[in-house]
Structure formats: C-alpha cells, structure tokens
Design a protein around this ligand. Structure first.
Ligand SMILES: [Zn+2]
Ligand SMILES: [Zn+2]
Length: 395
C-alpha cells in the first residue's frame, strides 16, 4: 500500500442505526454498531479517521434519483406503517415498513452525500459511510432491503457539480442493479459489479451481455461468478477485469460498495470468501484510487448478514484502509469488544482479525481454462466489455 497522506473521514452518528426493519429481518443495525465499536477499540477511528456527523438529505436531493411517487409512499408508510400502498416494493418481506422510515433512510442518504462532498471538495482524500451502499433501490421502488439508493444519489450529486468520469465498483455478493439502472445510459459513470451469478441469487440480473444503454455502451460491466467461488477465484476475476477497465476509463473519483456477504459464513449467498480475501480487495481498490484518481475515494458498506462473525471484522479492515493504516490481520480482537458481544448477545465473538488464509491468486495473463466455470465467466465479461473500451479481451 502506498503511503497515504489523508485526511480521511467516516461519516457516522449513532442514530444511523435507526434504519431497522425489525428483529426478524437479516439486515440488523447491530452490524453497524458492532463494527464501529470494534474499529474504535482497535484505534482505527480517531486521529487518522475523523468522525463527522451525517446530515439528513432533503426531498429535493433524494428526488435527483427517485420518483416523487416513491418518496411520497415512503413518507406515508413511515407515518402510518399500516397504510402501505403495495406498489413501490414497500411492505414486503424484504422491505417491511417501519415508523420513521423516510427519516432513517434520508439520514443514510445524507451520510453518503456528505462522504461524496468531503472527497469532491478535497476536505478528505478518502471518506466512508458504512451504513450506505443501498445498491438495489430503484428510481421508482424499494428493493432488496434498500429504500433509497444513497450511493446513486451521491454519484448524481457529483455529476451535478460537473464531474465527468466516475467509476463505481460493487463487490457485494449481489448484483448492484439499482446503481447500474440509474446510470445505464450515462457515459460519465462506469459501473462494474462482481457478484454471484443471477442464475442462483437475487436479484437475478447482471450478466456479461448487460453493457449499458445505446449512448453508453460498455459503461455497465458485470462479472457473474459461480457459486462456491473463494478468495483465489474471486481475486483472479477482480484483477482480470477491474484494473484494466479503470485504467482505460481514467475516473476522477472511485466509488466502491463493500457488501461483505460474499463471505463463506454469510447466510444469504453462496460464495466462499474469507475476510482475508475481502481485505485484499479493499487494499487493491485503495491503491487504484491513488494510482488513477489522485486518491479521491468514497467507500460505502452494503450487504453482510453474518453480523457478529464477519461484518465487524471486514469493515474494520475497510475503515483502517480508508484511514491509511491497514490493520494486521494476525491481531486479536480486543477483549472488551468480545466481552460486549458476549454480554449483549450471549455469543462468542471471533478471536482474530483473520480467517487464517493468505489471499493468493493466479493471474489471468498466465492463461485460462475454458472448461472451468469461473474462467468461462471471466472470459465472457472480457469478451463483451473489453472491446467497447478498446481493450484486447484475450490474455
Ligand atoms: Zn490512501
Ligand atoms: Zn448483498
């Protein structure tokens, strides 16, 4: 990792945990709370990583991406959770309504918009909002635990201030369909999503031939990975696709979504990564921001449903990398944090920041195996997308 001058920011205040679909829902706000506690006890949050509070986004800001009918429906549902209209993806098992949901989601949007502002203004070199990354929300409907698309609104806020090239890399196990949809036909935004194939997993989209609209062909890139893909295969795919496209596109800002539901222990999907593989991806994205964007990097959270065993460690690594000082994966988790987990949840928290793996991978340039599902997936993406960027798709 190159020397990182900073400064860096995490946008956070405790009331962001009010984005809460209830005790039966997998997206528990505990994951954010346990992450901030762990990162704080590890000394990640502090001098190197300033905490700034999150404003509430106005309706006008939300409406730069979302239809007024959706915003009105969310406000209505938040005032009276019994009065759901049923047409905007609200009131489903995935997106149950809860009192105050407009306010809680507008707060997450405000946090992301502030992270984007920090980086675009130069106040921070890197900025993170781990409560953000609600990448499934569509202009006219909530989807996949996501009510408003904070990250699309953040990107739009920079376009509205004159940004010309923004790259969005989504490493969540699910396809980043909402962000892709919003900028589908906009050549200023390159979206790249690596995810478990939509043949197996929600939202069922994101295939190599999905490349963007007629004015922006090649601005959407999808890598549809086979179930069971682990660190080595995932990193092989990442390095075969992401750095060459980013180097060609030359973004002014790098925006990344860090859903950590690609982990082997995640209950909602079927990839087999470890926190060590995830950390390697975060480091690579950080380095690309320095190489290509003069360090301008906005990082968000995303999915992640192993709320004790995975999310706090994965995102503490992320926040440490954002701060410019990565954590040693061999370190133990602080005793005070483990004690908090035991008292609060009656569960045994992980002892170490590593899963004990070393994230090595085989480089694509050394050749590929047309018989292997993973290599066919990588090859398909390169064959479709690379020529549209003037790149040779063959190794
Ligand atoms: Zn840096
Ligand atoms: Zn996800």
């Amino acid at each position: 990792m190159p020397a990182c001058p900073g400064p860096a920011t995490v946008v956070f205040d405790q009331s962001l945990t009010e984005y809460d679909f209830g005790p039966e829902h997998p997206m528990s706000p505990l994951r954010v709370d346990l992450t901030m506690r762990l990162a704080t006890e590890l000394g990640v949050v502090g001098d190197r990583l300033r905490v700034v509070p999150a404003p509430i986004a106005s309706e006008d800001v939300i409406a730069t991406v979302h239809r007024p009918e959706l915003i009105e429906a969310v406000m209505r549902a938040g005032r009276d959770p019994m009065a759901v209209d049923g047409v905007h993806g609200l009131g489903t098992d995935d997106n149950p309504v809860f009192r105050g949901m407009h306010h809680a989601t507008a707060h997450i949007v405000g946090a992301s918009v502030e992270a984007f502002r920090q980086v675009w203004s130069g106040e921070s070199l890197h900025a993170a909002n781990i409560t953000g990354g609600l990448h499934h929300a569509m202009p006219d409907r909530a989807s996949g635990f996501c009510i408003y698309n904070d990250v699309a609104i953040g990107i739009q806020s920079l376009l509205d201030q004159g940004a010309e090239r923004i790259a969005y890399v989504d490493v969540d196990v699910h396809h980043g369909d909402g962000v892709e949809r919003v900028f589908w036909d906009d050549p200023r935004v390159l979206t790249i999503s690596l995810h478990e194939t939509g043949q197996m997993l929600f939202p069922g989209t994101g295939f190599p031939r999905d490349l963007g609209g007629p004015r922006a062909l090649g601005s959407a890139v999808n890598v549809a990975l086979p179930p069971g893909t682990a660190d080595a295969g995932w990193l092989r795919a990442f390095h075969a696709v992401v750095p060459p496209l980013l180097r060609e596109f030359k973004p002014q800002v790098l925006v990344t979504q860090h859903g950590c539901d690609s982990h082997a222990e995640d209950p909602l999907a079927h990839l087999m990564l470890t926190v060590d593989g995830q950390r390697a991806a975060y480091l690579a994205l950080h380095d690309l921001a320095h190489e290509l964007c003069e360090g301008r990097w906005v990082a968000t959270g995303g999915g992640g449903y192993a709320v004790v065993d995975v999310v706090p460690r994965a995102w503490s690594h992320l926040l440490a990398i954002v701060s410019g000082v990565p954590l040693d994966p061999d370190s133990e988790t602080p005793a005070g944090w483990r004690e908090h987990v035991r008292e609060r949840l009656g569960r045994v928290a992980p002892m170490r920041l590593t899963d004990g793996r070393s994230p090595a991978y085989r480089d694509w340039r050394d050749g590929y195996d047309p018989e292997a599902w993973l290599d066919r997936a990588i090859h398909a993406t390169r064959m479709e997308a690379f020529p549209l960027h003037g790149l040779d798709p063959l190794p």
